[in-house]
Design a protein around this ligand. Structure first.
Ligand code: WTA
Length: 663
């Protein structure tokens, strides 16, 4: 690290790590000065107080994030490839140089400005992973507006809720999305959503396919906006010829702590939280982790296959790689389209050097067999990354042995929407330091994890488990929850005063390595997507046949966790189980998204409750884990026989399942 020689006493990686924690101000000051382009420099490295949930970095500093991601690279290497759009149609990738991406961003920035989007406004982006979506994010950053990217798999209701909470006046979308050969009606979904969003004044619509969509007075057809011609390199139909002249869009001068984006994520209550990230600290942290966790070097092709609708897409498809002047892949497809060789076909064709994906996809692919991998040349691969959920040993080993031919380090990276970037990962470390399968292992520079016992005391020994907290602030951490700073404090800073609480549990091994054991709250992780069980319950309880419900996660061999719903029907309701299941699936897809639909529905006469009426989820979890010995103390239950009924009902379902598997 070029900054290291200035740090006294630092001669090795581990000394550098220690310095980054013990003298974190000097570490971050040096890195912040060195790696970001400032319009004016910061005067205060940090002003943080975790007991208050106050986090501020690099105050006094002024900069523009899009300039950091684009202009400065255009000055040195305008023709370097910034984006490779791996379109859903295999073999039809399109490359965009830094100059082209800057032009596209400026055109879009000018359009937004001309159409009244101001500094401090929030623009909702409901688009698939594509260059125009990246340009939209950067165009917001350019003019000082915040963006709110909503995963294009979310339903109209979920989108509307996020638009309303963000108070967006502008939405950007495409006519249709294309994924796995299937079309999704994104513009129609936006139409439905904005009906309940009075703040929305305009919807910008780009064309991903040829299929025309109905336009309303609120809609702006992007291909008719002269500033945006060229955006899709002729992939948008009916565009005039490419404009050759330079395009200028004056970058807004932003303070370090102005909002860069909101990203909604699930918590343990029914309402998603709009996590707020700001400019300098977020960008610096994304860039530094991208550079060192993956050992990204100039000229490498970085392949993060996450959708831009999630934090991984923000930090490691867009901001980290672009801040580093890298070449980043925008993956629009699925792991199995047109066949289970898609990832490795892409690796061979695009010569990907770092591949970053989710355990759920790895588990799925390993079932299809090695030949889908080995038929492609993967010799360009140098590092393999995993994110979003625990990676089980079998998947880790397969990823390492088959995909990486046993030669590439596998980095299991632990982090969250709230942390902005990777906090625990096997690298950076000494080049040949051991990597333990299925463990995130080592805290990143400036990160100081601690484990807490149930009384809120710090556990100091090794070979122990506890609640994972962070004892020290870092630049990438979330600043607040949109419209709800109180909830921010209650969720992250009150459980362990003076510490940031992650919501996860972790084990620290005898060697001091960290392994994440899973959520401690009522949030489950379905195929790497976070969803609060309360959000699903809210929807299930709206079904007219349902009296009450309890949703929990259960171990699922591909998704990691599946959704298991216990449902109590209203008295005298006569409904076939198939019909109920269809109804609930329809409702959950409509209100949230398909991935949140229950995998298993168990009808029950009543749920196990405490005398004060609280559902005992711990008991339900143990039943579903088939760990009856672990049921623990049932004496606080209102009616212990309820458990017996639940166990019997579960056994019937379970044997039914096994039976259907045998058939
Ligand atoms: C889980 C995704 C185990 C964890 C970047 C966390 C992981 C939540 C890992 C955040 C990992 C993420 N091992 N669990 N390597 N990475 N998680 O906000 O429970 O979508 O709290 O961010 O995913 O999910 P989010």
């Amino acid at each position: 690290m070029p900054e290291a020689p200035a740090f006294e006493g630092v001669r090795s990686r581990s000394e550098l790590r220690d310095f980054s924690v013990s003298d974190s101000e000097r570490f971050w000051a040096a890195v912040g000065n060195q790696r970001l382009s400032w319009i004016s420099p910061f005067h205060t490295v940090q002003d943080c107080d975790l007991t208050q949930g106050r986090i501020k970095w690099f105050e006094g500093g002024k900069l523009n994030v899009s300039v950091n991601c684009l202009d400065r690279h255009v000055h040195t290497s305008p023709d370097r490839v910034a984006l490779i759009w791996e379109r859903d149609e295999q073999g039809s990738e399109v490359k965009y140089t830094y100059r082209e991406l800057l032009e596209m961003t400026c055109r879009l920035g000018n359009v937004l400005r001309r159409r009244g989007v101001k500094r401090g406004d929030c623009v909702t982006i409901y688009m698939p992973t594509c260059p125009l979506a990246v340009a939209a994010m950067l165009a917001c950053a350019r003019i000082g507006a915040a963006h709110n990217v909503v995963f294009a798999g979310f339903s109209a209701d979920a989108l509307a809720e996020r638009i309303r909470d963000a108070e967006s006046n502008t939405v950007i979308t495409v006519n249709q999305g294309v994924r796995g050969g299937k079309f999704t009606e994104l513009k129609k979904t936006v139409d439905e959503a904005v009906q309940s969003c009075p703040s929305v004044q305009q919807v910008l619509v780009a064309m991903r396919t040829d299929t025309p969509v109905v336009m309303t007075a609120r809609d702006v057809a992007m291909e008719e906006v002269s500033e945006i011609i060229e955006v899709n390199k002729g992939l948008i139909k009916g565009l005039p010829e490419m404009l050759k002249e330079d395009v200028v869009c004056e970058p807004a001068v932003m303070n370090s702590e102005d909002v860069l984006f909101l990203l909604y994520t699930s918590g343990s209550t029914g309402k998603p939280k709009g996590i707020v990230h700001t400019q300098a600290g977020y960008l610096l942290y994304a860039a530094l982790t991208h550079r060192y966790v993956f050992s990204y070097h100039d000229g490498d092709v970085f392949g993060c296959v996450a959708d831009i609708g999630w934090i991984t897409g923000h930090s490691y498809t867009v901001y980290g790689p672009l801040a580093n002047g890298g070449t980043t892949v925008l993956f629009e497809s699925t792991p199995i389209y047109p066949d289970p060789g898609r990832y490795w076909n892409t690796v061979e064709r695009l010569k990907i050097n770092q591949f970053y994906g989710a355990p759920t996809a790895i588990r799925l692919l390993l079932k299809y067999g090695d030949h889908w991998v080995t038929k492609y040349d993967r010799s360009t691969l140098k590092t393999l990354g995993s994110v979003g959920e625990p990676i089980n040993t079998e998947a880790w080993e397969w990823y390492h042995r088959v995909v990486g031919d046993g030669r590439c380090p596998v980095v299991d990276t632990w982090w969250q929407t709230e942390t902005g970037g990777i906090c625990i990962a096997p690298r950076p470390s000494e080049p040949d330091a051991e990597i333990v399968p299925g463990m995130a292992m080592r805290p990143f520079f400036g990160i100081k994890p601690v484990l807490m016992d149930t009384e809120g005391k710090v556990l100091t020994s090794n070979n122990t488990s506890g609640a994972l907290c962070m004892a020290q602030p870092w630049p990438g951490m979330a600043r607040t929850i949109r419209n709800n700073h109180q909830r921010f404090i209650e969720t992250y800073y009150q459980p362990y005063p003076g510490y940031f609480f992650t919501g996860d549990g972790a084990y620290r091994s005898a060697q001091g390595y960290y392994q994440i054991t899973g959520r401690l709250d009522d949030v489950i992780n379905v195929s790497g997507h976070r969803i609060g069980t309360a959000e699903i319950e809210d929807v299930v309880n709206q079904c007219s046949a349902v009296a009450e419900s309890a949703v929990i996660g259960f171990s699922h061999d591909i998704k990691g966790e599946g959704v298991y719903a216990f449902v109590v029907l209203k008295k005298n309701i006569d409904i076939k189980e198939d019909d109920l299941s269809r109804q609930l699936n329809k409702m959950v897809s409509k209100k949230i998204a398909k991935y949140a639909c229950p995998d298993v529905i168990q009808l029950a006469n009543r749920l196990p409750k405490t005398r004060s009426g609280k559902i005992m989820r711990r008991v339900l979890r143990k039943v579903v884990e088939r760990d009856l010995d672990g049921l623990g103390d049932l004496s606080t239950l209102d009616d212990p026989t309820a458990v017996q009924e639940i166990v019997e009902g579960h056994n019937c379902l379970y044997w039914g399942y096994l039976h259907s598997d045998l058939n």
